[in-house]
Design a protein around this ligand. Structure first.
Ligand code: BGC
Length: 923
């Protein structure tokens, strides 16, 4: 019996974060009875009473202590769980930053604003050894700090990306072990970063937020002899130009090891505002993994290439043993074309690292940039030794919380690709992609993926920071949300789906983590977004006649010049308006704003009625004949119960006409499979999911994708890049299919906010007979494994492990009037399980192992390559009637084979033979 994890605002031992609205969650291991109590004690290291204590009956694993925190203070946390039989204790801590305490240091700059890499240093002597030391620091653009030559902390590109004119985050570092009695040197090295360097697409802009690199710092010292001292940035600091001769997020970095650092001069005190300084929200960008070189390649063009085997975001480490002055150039790319290095899809991003060796043998890497890549072209090295390179993978420090594995290796690769999409793009802000001249916090992409992201990793704090980025943009745009946040001073915005990130992201985080602080933080902005639509739209209670991006990157669009799909934009925009109004109403209710709840509920009712009047017939026909239009109607409750069967049947018909393939873009794809599975068409969802030709997820896997592509057809079947100007191989949005994998394949569904109660309601398919996966919730690890037996008894076996405090309602498919065994006990009614390990088994009412038959349709049959061959060989004349240049678009394509063949003259013999073949091949 023990406490295994304590999370402070969903982080482990946070230091220097904004910790308003404190929430402490804890996980336990073992069995406890219902009489259990929980207790929380918080104290500082200064003597006296605990700063906070509370004991309560155990009803959940959460404390929301109302405690007034003090700045620059470490708080120790003790959690106890006990009942009459036993007890357990767990401890953790957190530390506050400067909070509202005034900053003593000044902003420092160098008189020469054009310096590409500004160094700032302070030499000081300490009279004794150090007992405790904290550095509170920030810099603009991006900085690295060193104490006595050693890098402080483990993070990169601090202080992260924010609208710097509104807030600049301050980092807190424990530097106790880097200091010594006697002489010390504190050094900052600053590059342009997002603040000042070239950024934004189409050539970009310089100096977006400022034109001079700068820092501000306070070093608080407690010496062993009892002295206390504070060293702050002031005119006693010196500044000079450093050896990075140019850097930029897209540009990369040029390092000149022969550069002589001289001309140290007094730092300039800048009269820049300090009220922008804020305790950090951003999770640190740290190295989470290090990829070795998989292969060194020599291309047909004679290029030397490092292949790291995995597309990702991060940087390159190089073991430099070159003589002083020797130059080497590294270029970064995602894919090879005809075996050669390729990077046209990076557009204006130079994405190179130039190194002029300083002659010192050591590992080096760039400091002020990052790259999205799998391949690195090396120029300037005679011999390329793979041991001299590593690729540190960098992303915001989040713990992995979700896992998925099946008996289909391609599906497993897809899941890995989805994870890599998140690793590559959760880069302080949720970026669209990590490689080309974009890497912006695109709202729409983030919104579509946010639910999947929260299953995959612990994203609460990451999105809390991004939600603040969004709300600050809304504050300066009358409630409108810009296309990306931070907006980089680009005022464009106000689009449906993208702008609805304002409501959807905070709401999704609330659902996953059960912490309403994010709703509280963003509530005014969520409301402001809905109100902005209300003021802006051309027809009250709907959103019509506006420019929209629509169902972005769908395959059903008519206008090939734009990537928008065929679904009516007014319809889509109005549905998102409806959804946002509902989210505001629900949030108002949670936060206790009753009048608002009524107001936005009423608005939602009006919008729903208007959408129905304009886009839905009484019988449930939808104006746009697309997959997305039907999915949206069902997912967002636009239609009434009695209209649903018509919508779902039209959706299925549409999909069959689309050869059982997905044709949606952003909007539809997050919900297509969930809608199908929810409305009784799980097998069709599985078919779409397992398709291997375009458009499908596994098409990319078959072409060797290691991340999620931007487009369904980013790479053509012959391995060539789609020539479209906008084409990245590392956009995460299409990875939102993983939510369906967690919810319908693993069955983790219908949870209460924070997941204390969850349903285990998988839907099975014979195409995936072994599945395993888990979710690390704040209660601990919820884990499941399924085995569908292929032998004659068709037994289904489930291993389930539920952490204490969680309640799982097991709802198994095809189990009506069937006995279900749970750890050898038989159940025939509702099964509700709490903490423990369970072996569950049952024989479903209808078996899952299905073969093809004469009831199968030609489209189904011809989608199976093995059967297609047999079909052509045995029934050539029938096949011909279906083959339209390789595509099976035929009125009869969806009818059972018996019906189809009744119209053709096929001999009995051949028919029998084909029937037998069909029955041996599993679906
Ligand atoms: C981005 C997308 C984004 C879109 C919207 C693209 O350039 O990469 O992911 O959502 O623009 O216009």
């Amino acid at each position: 019996m023990k406490i295994t994890d304590i999370q402070i605002n969903h982080m482990t031992r946070p230091v220097g974060f904004d910790l308003s609205d404190l929430q402490i969650d804890f996980a336990t291991e073992g069995q406890w009875n219902s009489e259990t109590q929980k207790s929380l004690k918080i104290w500082t290291d200064s003597p006296g009473q605990p700063a906070f204590q509370q004991t309560a009956d155990y009803t959940d694993n959460v404390f929301r202590p109302e405690i007034r925190l003090q700045p620059r203070t470490r708080y120790f946390v003790e959690i106890g769980v006990s009942n009459t039989d036993e007890s357990a204790k767990g401890t953790s801590w957190f530390e506050t930053g400067k909070m509202n305490e005034p900053y003593l240091g000044s902003w420092l700059g160098n008189a020469d604003k054009n310096i590409e890499n500004t160094l700032f240093r302070k030499k000081f002597i300490l009279s004794a050894g150090v007992k405790n030391a904290r550095l509170y620091a920030t810099g603009l653009g991006v900085y690295e700090a060193r104490l006595n030559g050693q890098k402080i902390g483990t993070e990169y590109l601090a202080p992260g990306l924010t609208a710097y004119d509104q807030w600049v985050q301050v980092q807190t570092y424990d530097v106790t072990n880097l200091l010594q009695g006697g002489q010390n040197e504190l050094l900052f090295s600053v590059g342009d970063g997002w603040y000042k360097g070239n950024f934004l697409y189409s050539g970009g802009r310089e100096n977006i937020y400022g034109d001079q690199q700068r820092i501000l710092a306070e070093l608080h010292l407690e010496l062993v002899d009892g002295t206390e001292e504070v060293i702050v940035t002031d005119s006693s600091w010196e500044t000079a130009a450093g050896p990075v001769t140019k850097s930029g997020i897209y540009y990369g970095e040029d390092f000149d090891g022969t550069f002589v650092i001289d001309n140290w001069q007094e730092a300039e005190i800048l009269n820049a505002p300090k009220d922008v300084l804020t305790d950090r929200y951003s999770l640190p960008l740290t190295i989470q993994d290090e990829l070795p070189v998989k292969e060194v390649l020599l291309t047909p063009k004679g290029e030397k290439i490092l292949d790291f085997g995995q597309n990702h975001a991060g940087t390159l480490s190089f073991y430099n043993h070159l003589p002083k002055g020797h130059e080497v150039i590294f270029s970064f790319g995602e894919i090879l074309q005809d075996g050669n290095f390729y990077r046209d899809n990076l557009r204006c991003a130079r994405a190179q690292w130039h190194v002029k060796s300083d002659g010192e043998e050591k590992w080096i890497k760039p400091a002020f940039t990052y790259f999205g890549f799998r391949y690195v072209k090396v120029e300037g090295l005679e011999v390329v030794n793979p041991e001299d390179f590593k690729a540190p993978v960098i992303y915001s420090q989040m713990e992995r919380t979700g896992s998925f594995k099946s008996d289909n290796t391609k599906v497993n690769r897809l899941f890995q690709n989805i994870m890599w999409g998140q690793r590559s793009n959760f880069f302080d802000v949720p970026t669209d992609c990590p490689q080309r001249d974009e890497r912006l916090g695109w709202t729409g992409d983030a919104e579509i993926f946010s639910d999947t992201a929260a299953y995959n990793m612990s994203t609460y704090q990451f999105f809390k920071k991004y939600s603040r980025d969004m709300l600050l943009e809304q504050q300066t745009h009358e409630g409108m949300l810009t296309m990306y946040a931070p907006s980089m001073k680009d005022d464009d915005g106000g689009n449906a789906i993208w702008g609805d990130a304002a409501t959807i992201i905070p709401w999704n985080m609330y659902l996953h983590y059960g912490d309403s602080a994010i709703l509280k933080q963003n509530y005014q902005a969520m409301k402001a977004w809905v109100d902005w639509i209300g003021r802006h739209t051309k027809k009250a209670g709907m959103w019509i006649n506006d420019f929209q991006l629509g169902d972005w990157l769908a395959m059903d669009g008519q206008d090939k010049a734009t990537p928008a799909g065929a679904t009516d934009n007014d319809y889509l925009a109005s549905i998102y308006y409806l959804n946002s109004a509902r989210i505001v109403a629900k949030s108002a209710s949670i936060l206790g704003y009753e009048a608002d709840k009524q107001k936005y509920d009423a608005l939602a009712a009006v919008i729903k009625k208007n959408i129905q009047d304009e886009f839905v017939t009484k019988a449930g026909r939808i104006a746009s004949d697309t997959q997305t239009a039907r999915v949206m109607a069902l997912q967002f409750d636009v239609v009434d119960k009695e209209q649903e069967p018509q919508v779902i049947s039209d959706l299925v018909k549409r999909i069959h006409q689309d050869r059982d393939h997905i044709t949606t873009g952003f909007a539809g794809l997050a919900f297509l499979n969930r809608t199908l599975s929810r409305f009784g068409e799980h097998e069709l969802a599985v078919t779409i999911f397992l398709n291997e030709d375009k458009p499908s997820w596994l098409y990319a896997v078959n072409l060797g994708a290691t991340t999620i592509w931007e487009r369904w057809n980013s790479v053509l079947a012959d391995g060539h890049m789609n020539p479209a100007g906008m084409n990245s191989l590392n956009h995460y949005s299409f990875g939102s299919i993983a939510s369906w994998m967690y919810e319908y394949l693993l069955g983790f569904r219908d949870y209460t906010p924070g997941m204390q109660k969850i349903k285990l309601a998988p839907l099975f398919t014979a195409k995936l007979q072994h599945l395993q996966g888990s979710l690390r919730t704040s209660y601990g690890l919820l884990k499941v494994e399924y085995q569908l037996e292929t032998n004659s008894d068709h037994l289904i076996e489930i291993e389930l492990s539920v952490p204490f405090g969680m309640q799982v309602t097991v709802d198994l498919p095809r189990s009506e009037n069937v006995v279900i065994y749970v750890n050898s006990m038989s159940y025939s009614e509702k099964i509700v399980l709490t903490g423990g390990e369970y072996h569950i088994s049952y024989v479903p009412t209808k078996m899952y192992i299905e073969t093809y038959s004469m009831a199968s349709t030609p489209i189904e049959i011809l989608n199976n390559s093995k059967l297609k061959e047999q079909f052509i060989a045995l029934l050539p004349e029938v096949y011909k009637s279906f083959d339209h240049q390789g595509n099976v678009y035929h009125m009869m394509g969806n009818k059972p084979l018996t019906e189809v063949l009744a119209r053709q003259k096929v001999s009995k013999d051949r028919l029998e033979k084909f029937k037998r073949i069909l029955e041996t091949i599993r679906k």
